[in-house]
Design a protein around this ligand. Structure first.
Ligand SMILES: [Zn+2]
Length: 271
């Protein structure tokens, strides 16, 4: 996979894809970068790969778990209402899905399709902590970290073929495998932590929910976890940075006052 990624990351100038599409000026524009609309195309391809693989990605059905979906969608909508979230009309933040696996993770595809695991929801103690994680993931999509990393790690040639609907099944599978092994830079992680605080400032949730999650992970000695633990800086400094950002913003809300379904009831509604 590493060798394959290296090949796909090689420069695309002079590639067969470019030469056979050179009559189309828009293709050249696309090859210099990805537009936010391209992010949505890529995200839809990842979503299709996930839907086609229910063994690895057992997504909970909407019709069987309507209360859980109402809860997570209400939470996501409250976060996305922040003025700081970009591409609200274009990205698909409202299509959040729950994957039924004991995994401490959540992720967002390019274009804002968000997935959160039941393992993470059950591990966390309160709504604010999950809101902090969701804010972080929304930021990876909104700040376009995911598409930028996919471009760097998979190469524009493969991504362009996917965007233009020219990719083979094998290439689509390669793209999905690449997406699930994405590594964000520490700058991206720090930026997403910071945006999580900014987003939550405009909600009823405590602004530093993401920090609380890190503290819980550190205390419990969890070594593996969300994508955001796989990179530097260490959780301790991220807790400090998140709390400092909340202080800078004068944001000192305590845990959200729950109306309607409580976080405990949300957890209990899951399989
Ligand atoms: Zn992250």
């Amino acid at each position: 996979m590493r060798a394959l990624k290296y090949l796909l990351s090689s420069p695309i100038v002079g590639s067969t894809f470019l030469s056979c599409n050179e009559e189309d000026g828009s293709v050249l524009d696309q090859l210099t970068g990805l537009t936010p609309a391209n992010d949505v195309n890529l995200g839809q391809s990842v979503v299709a790969q996930i839907a086609a693989n229910p063994t690895d990605y057992p997504v909970l059905s909407d019709s069987e778990y309507p209360e859980a979906y109402n809860y997570i969608r209400d939470m996501t909508a409250a976060i996305v209402a922040s003025d700081d979230v970009k591409y609200k009309d274009l990205f698909h933040y409202d299509e959040v899905k729950i994957i039924d696996q004991d995994v401490l993770n959540a992720f967002a595809t390019p274009g804002g399709y968000i997935y959160v695991y039941t393992g993470l929801i059950k591990y966390l103690d309160k709504a604010d902590d999950l809101a902090g994680v969701m804010g972080h993931e929304i930021a990876h999509a909104s700040e376009r970290h995911s598409s930028d990393q996919m471009k760097q790690q998979l190469g524009l040639q493969l991504l362009s073929q996917i965007i233009f609907g020219q990719a083979s099944d094998t290439q689509l599978a390669q793209m999905a495998a690449g997406f699930f092994s994405l590594k964000f830079s520490r700058e991206d992680e720090a930026e997403s932590d910071e945006h999580s605080v900014i987003y939550l400032q405009d909600t009823d949730y405590a602004c530093n929910g993401a920090a609380t999650f890190f503290e819980k992970l550190t205390e419990s000695g969890q070594s593996s976890g969300p994508e955001w633990l796989s990179t530097h800086p260490a959780p301790d400094s991220r807790v400090e940075d998140i709390n400092a950002k909340a202080n800078d913003l004068g944001c000192s809300k305590d845990a959200v006052v729950e109306t309607g379904m409580t976080y405990a009831e949300f957890q209990a509604s899951l399989p």
